[in-house]
Design a protein around this ligand. Sequence first.
Ligand SMILES: [Ca+2]
Length: 348
Amino acid sequence: MMSTEMSRRSFLKHSAAAAAVVAGADLGGSPGAATAAEAAGSPRARDTLALPKAGKKIPVILDTDIGTDIDDTWALCMMLKSPELDVRLVTSDSGNDVYRARLIAKLLEVFGRTEVPVGIGLDKTDKPGRQSAWVGDYDLAKYPGKVYEDGVGAMIETIRASADPVSLVCIGPVPNIPVALERAGDIAQRARFIGMHGSVRRGYDGSRKISAEYNVRADPKALQKVFAAPWEITITPLDTCGIIHLRGEKFQKVYRCKDPGIQALMENYRVWRKNPRGPITASSTLFDTVAVYLAVTEELLEMEKLGIRVTDDGHTVIDEGARAVNCAMKWKDLGAFEDFLVDRLTRA
Ligand SMILES: [Ca+2]
């Protein structure tokens, strides 16, 4: 009913596979719109969620375990430099969340992007981490933008306040998200989930050995709850994100970039490395950048809709009976993605 009679607004679907203009449900109205659709018998899980019209920015929230592996820092920088994305909130997640929030806030300041609010995840501890040497004694209270002690609450309010559906980009284990869903189930009608999660047909470094990928294994129960919610889910498993590196001239272009934000990225990379004095000639694996890419477009990726079951030991197995997940399974052109990433990071 809703997609045909109630609203015929057409939205441009980002996926190249669905390059046709599709008629999407209009979620831009009152919070009651989604509820009415539910009552009218909308499918339990959406196949597609209406995205903003072409030319309009896509509202995004980043939920991140930044401060452990360095790829989250790359992903945040990429997100801040993607003109298609309207970054509404960055939340820390998966433990030691004050340390992570301090890192986020300091980076946002360096980028001159303090209009972006910071939300602290569930775990209010502040212990030293791999990037503490860069964060130093940075005081969250001095962040010129907003800092939300209740990051999950800020996530809920940000999704509810958005006229357009929000892309919730999650690049770590996701303990924040089931809590948000428990407190406000309606967010699943107003957001889509994009995650760096799992290992479907490939493991780390393109290997044929399937793994319990870290973001899943660290909290399988949380991801099971995310997968049980009635929102559109898109993931980049290791199949596509486990093979992203910048080397040679591509890396050098980022390394030499004079942008203060990118210099901060390189300083973070230096302190994160186990051997900070050794020469830097390549990046580590940049898993999380692919999730940010998926918020912008799916153009360079081969997407497959697969039933994915999250096991209690952190595997993501194909199971026809499980809910359908939009999975980035292969690159059409990996080199073009690397160029895209370099271009994004180094653009003025
Ligand atoms: Ca991460």
